[in-house]
Design a protein around this ligand. Structure first.
Ligand code: HEM
Ligand code: HEM
Length: 179
């Protein structure tokens, strides 16, 4: 099984990062939505915040790795008409932008609240001066952008299924490694 992409197939590395990030981002959204409901001061709350922050930073590192891999290893040619391919390119660019903006907003929000961002057993240094108002704004942005990602992924899944069922091309099959 080739590791690198070819002109018409995704290699193992691209597929593994795509599906790993799908699982990671799905878990981030579920855990993120539960965070504020956990009892204040409980060990579970502290652990869940640390886990959400750590996994979010991992997701950010993975998206940079993914973009670097993509730059050194071009994506297979998109399938469909010119319009479909252009829409897919804009949609994918927007997915990448959100995958970067959401964790960056999360990290800045935590820092501006006066906390240190957790990363496994370590903590990031305190980089920004405490600013509650800006932290609240970024919390709003973090949440709104996360909902925008959910909507865009819904459209992305619909597009993948539409390629498969209506256009009957190999778009979905090749991301699943079945083509
Ligand atoms: C792909 C990455 C991420 C996704 C998809 C994500 C998603 C979410 C979602 C959906 C919420 C619930 C929002 C709400 O109801 O207010 C949330 C809350 C939160 N997220 Fe993230 N997040 C990510 C990364 C991060 C990172 C990297 C940090 C910090 C280092 C972070 C810190 C927080 C905090 C502290 C909350 C608690 C709610 C708040 O204070 O507003 N997140 N996240
Ligand atoms: C968090 C969820 C997801 C995100 C952020 C995401 C993101 C992306 C991105 C950015 C690309 C473009 C890759 C590139 O050109 O570099 C892509 C491709 C693709 N995704 Fe997803 N994806 C997600 C979930 C899914 C799911 C659930 C499906 C299946 C139903 C799916 C099916 C595909 C397919 C088939 C492609 C290949 C498109 C092509 O060959 O042109 N994705 N995804």
């Amino acid at each position: 099984m080739p590791l690198r992409n070819t002109a018409d197939a995704w290699g193992l590395v691209s597929r593994a990062i795509h599906w790993l990030m799908f699982a990671l981002i799905g878990a981030q959204i579920v855990v993120g939505l539960l965070l504020e409901d956990l009892p204040k001061g409980s060990a579970l709350r502290g652990f869940a915040f640390d886990a959400h922050e750590t996994a979010g930073v991992v997701a950010l590192l993975l998206v940079f790795a993914r973009l670097a891999w993509r730059a050194s290893n071009p994506a297979p040619e998109a399938q469909g008409s010119d319009l479909v391919r252009r829409l897919a390119a804009y949609g994918h660019a927007a997915l990448y932008a959100l995958m970067i903006a959401i964790p960056v907003a999360g990290m800045a929000m935590v820092d501006l609240k006066g906390h240190q961002v957790a990363f496994f057993a370590w903590e990031f240094p305190d980089l920004l001066p405490k600013n509650e108002a800006l932290a609240r704004g970024l919390a709003e942005a973090h949440e709104t952008l996360a909902w925008a990602l959910v909507l865009l992924v819904a459209g992305h899944v619909a597009a993948a299924l539409w390629h498969h069922v209506a256009l009957k091309d190999r778009t979905l099959a090749r991301m699943l490694g079945r083509a």
